[in-house]
Design a protein around this ligand. Structure first.
Ligand SMILES: [Zn+2]
Length: 275
């Protein structure tokens, strides 16, 4: 079996195993999640304050020794033990990919690894939202804040920054600027869907948001309207849904545009002509 963390050297045969640095790096590049099923593989153990539980393995895509799964005799030992031949998997998938090389050929594993690493990379720095915060009334109701965060413009991923560019320009926000972020369920305004509650991300002045979360804005209550003069702009999606949102725009052909709200800030909205 081609499992890095459970080495069982075959008698007489050489194995081109990954070194520790390679195994750790492929795990980090995978955000410590299985590249196939995204199961979290690393976490805190309870046996001691230092205990770490790891159910992940740096698996070989092409086997480390002759006779192993997907072994490629044309590869050099250096290539077999290189990180480009490693994929981070949970133990279930590490066993499965080695027990069924027809189901899991080399090219497929490379593609899975590439897509998982890309997907993890795009989530770096984006606040997570518990799925339990999903309930959304169909229509009516008041804006409700689900979560908040603070983020520097400089740390936004390029795709997100590109989407926000008109707002950043309009508000004269540079790389050094900070954004307060509110994830809100709020009624749509100004379209035939008016009144339907949608997830909005509202970008606000960080000083104001700090003042609110420190309790000084006691009257705000997270149910009230955000003061318009504290808003930089808003988009109709929450950060962790951003890429689904972009994909949906491309697939549906719907057009979204930044439009100035009557209250002065820019809001990304579906174009009226295509609604
Ligand atoms: Zn898995």
């Amino acid at each position: 079996m081609e499992r890095q963390l459970h080495r069982t050297p075959r008698a007489g045969g050489r194995r081109d195993d990954f070194d520790q640095k390679t195994a750790v790096n492929v795990a980090k590049r995978s955000a410590f999640q299985c590249a196939v099923c995204s199961a979290v593989t690393v976490g805190a153990g309870t046996a001691s304050p230092n205990a770490v539980i790891n159910i992940g393995v740096a698996a070989h895509i092409a086997a480390a020794s002759p006779g192993g799964p997907r072994y490629n005799p044309l590869m050099t030992p250096k290539q077999r033990s290189h990180i480009s031949n490693a994929i981070w998997l949970c133990q279930n998938h590490a066993k499965w990919v080695d027990d069924d090389v027809v189901e899991w050929p080399t090219a497929k594993l490379h593609e899975i690894k590439h897509n998982h690493e890309r997907s993890m990379r795009l989530k770096i720095g984006i606040p997570a939202r518990p799925s339990s915060s999903r309930p959304r009334p169909k229509r009516g109701g008041k804006p409700t804040v689900r979560e908040y965060a603070f983020v520097d413009v400089r740390s936004l991923i390029p795709a997100y920054k590109a989407m926000l560019a008109p707002m950043l320009h309009d508000q004269k926000l540079g790389e050094e600027s900070e954004l307060g972020i509110l994830m809100i369920d709020a009624p749509v305004v100004g379209s035939r869907n008016a009144g339907v509650l949608l997830p909005w991300t509202v970008f606000v002045k960080p000083i104001w948001l700090r003042w609110v979360v420190q309790g000084h804005g006691a009257g705000f209550g997270l149910q009230s309207e955000v003061p318009p003069d504290q808003i930089y702009g808003q988009i109709p999606v929450w950060p962790d849904e951003f890429f689904e949102f972009l994909g949906a725009i491309v697939e549906s052909g719907k057009k979204f545009e930044w439009q100035r709200s009557p209250k002065g800030y820019l809001a990304l909205q579906q174009s009226q002509s295509h609604a």
